[in-house]
Design a binder for this molecule. Sequence first.
Ligand code: F0G
Length: 459
Amino acid sequence: MSKRPIAEPYKIKMIQVLRQTTKEERQRTIATAGYNTFLLHSADVYIDLLTDSGTSAMSDDQWAGMMLGDEAYAGSVNFDNLIAAVTEVYGYRYTVPTHQGRGAEHILSQILIKDGDYIPGNMYFTTTKLHQELAGGTFVDVIIDEAHDPQSTHPFKGNVDLAKLQQLIDEVGPEKIPYICIETNVNMAGGQPVSLDNLRKVRDLCNQYGIKVILDSTRTVENAFFIQEREAGNKNRSIKEIVREICSYTDGATVSGKKDCLVNIGGFLATDDEWLFEEAKKLVVIYEGLHTYGGLAGRDMEAMARGMREAVATDDGVTWRINQTRYLGEQLLAADIPIVVPIGGHAVYLDAKRFLPHIPQDQFPAQTLAAALYVECGVRAMERGIVSAGRNKETGDHNYPQLELVRLTIPRRVYTNSHMDVVAQGVIDLYARRAEISGLKMVYEPEDLRFFQARFEPC
Ligand code: F0G
């Protein structure tokens, strides 16, 4: 029997009209935006692959839930629904809602980190690392070396290198390591998964030293897909079961609901640790709102509760999603465009060092490439390289990451594969004339998270 193609496991019932612009217009708009795609107006963008964060299309069930928002200051019905959904999907008993993921990171970091502590992690995420630093901690990268190599085809490039973790413990002592932060579907590495086997070993090692394991569970559903596909013994398990197992090795999680949970805003901190929960409740009222809404409207909590259940109700949603990411990535590979392999969960990452080898890293090749791609075809992507990596706090010099990437991030349930065809052709056309592209210089630089607001000019 022939193999049937798979299609979107949903149909479209509302649309947003897209606007196309001319190349001349885009040349002007990107200059006005200081060659930073974060500073573009979305009305000037044709296909928006800036991020998968808060850009999902919600289902009719989620929208119906929005109408059931119980806008009570305290003890909203939607909060009860949210904690029940978190327990069902992720397995944690206690939940503190926050306005988005970084709200949860802030609270967690303030509770667990003391001045002079070290926080190992499987590569950094921008906001996570900054909150660790603001709390007095130092982030230490303990991801396997393969994660820093865009051409390594290791199936679990998100794994922790246990020898690196052990070395840190030996060097600074376990009392200086309050927790390890494990991110699923590691964003900065190209959307690369962690294996269950690795998680078990991290848990065992941390148990020996009394170190907590905290999950950045922002994209755990996507990570579970790769485990189902690649890790022995998981083929016949549901995504839902695998998500629960991932969380079972941890003491708690910070979550940006704007990704896996299919909402436009929302996040939470979840844990089984009663002490951590009590401490989080004390801080959430200061920074976010009462512990039963944490900066969210009742309707937002309802949409997030429904979205997280929907994400694991069947395997079809996440299977389609990763299929679409691969649909784009494979077209680029077929045209010999340098991208990060294996193709990750939420995005295809262009390897700017190989795309623009004539541009030195301190002329921001990935920033340059993202701007040039926008001018080429109206597609908005994001820099994930030297600009995102910021400066070394001691020397003041740029951090020079090995990965200099442009992320083509795919919003969930928003674009069709025809849009992916347009994106692929735009990248291919730009690659053909890559020698004409020259670098940028930074003319305005905010101190923290500079990639959001920095401005550039052509060299
Ligand atoms: N952790 C990870 C792995 C993330 O990707 C993000 C956000 C956060 C935490 C913070 O969550 O945005 O809800 O405060 N990532 C977005 C992105 C911004 O485009 O990758 P947030």
